[in-house]
Design a protein around this ligand. Sequence first.
Ligand code: UDP
Length: 339
Amino acid sequence: MTGTNQRTRDIEQIIQCIPHSFDGQRVLITGVAGFLGSWLAESILSLNGQVIGIDNLASGTMEAVQHLKSIGNDRFSFLNHDISKSIDFVTPVDYVMHLASRASPFEFVPYPIQIMKSNTLGTMNALGIAKRHGAHFLFTSTSETYGEASVFPTPETYRGNVNSLGIRGCYDEAKRAGEALCMAYLRQHEIDVRIARIFNTYGPRMRADGLYGRVIPRFMDQAVKGEPITIFGDGTQTRSFCYVTDQIEGLLRLCTIPAARGEVVNIGNPVEITIRELADMIIQLTQSTSSYVFEPMPPDDPTRRVPDITKAKSLLDWNPRVSLEDGLCRFRDALHTEA
Ligand code: UDP
């Protein structure tokens, strides 16, 4: 199976699960050159929608949007712009999906101001576009709004335990402010906002390099190259990993289901695993000879993270379909052929 075939099958899986056509609908996606932005754009184009993608290529790449031109033909256009700067956006749109933000914890150290701007000023600018055109609005918030949580699985009603002064504060607090901005625009201007709290998500086209690498692409890259797997701390911290097709299905349902107006919903896979177990699994699936190297735990790295998805199940009729093992195999196969 080639990586391209894998992607086609993944997109087909998403399309089959969405009870909604984007035929004739115009969708503005900020952060379109990022991991989730490019998957969302490809899915909407495949559902016959039009996509206008905005990105300043700070952490996204043109590589991630190249294929959208050929899939969407004249239904895809790209604007190189930093959404945290003002924009006179006159083209009418039906949806605004605001994803633009650096998201890797390694980036929190050198780029905290950019991160705060894209989630506060950027959210205000994106909300302004939705207000001008009467569009539905999606804000991609994060499980990080819960910080070092004390309730597991964590429901949307948990209010969070965030260190505003720590290195993660720039991301966590900016996303929390972004959520508050959405609710302010809902209350004052009746904007149709929907907020997704996204839990760890992985899949093809997620970067492994430099500051951008999250744990799964990093471990996969290290395992394939036979390099030591870098485990931070003792590896007993947990995460719950969602394959990208499930995440995109959840986001599209959240955007389009009328009852989700003004709602905040956790979107993630509730199967919890330690980072050490994840490393073992990746070594086994790649038949790697890699060893482990233990490195210091970054400050404020959450000890446990697992979503309560009761609300997503009932409100969106959504449930993750792809197991971690299946998702890691799909990711591995795509890596082999798309590298
Ligand atoms: N992690 C690790 N080694 C790495 C990268 C990450 O052990 O090379 C750990 C990290 O400390 C965290 C988990 O993997 O506990 C998930 O990290 P990621 O950067 O993917 O995102 P986070 O969930 O922390 O936002």
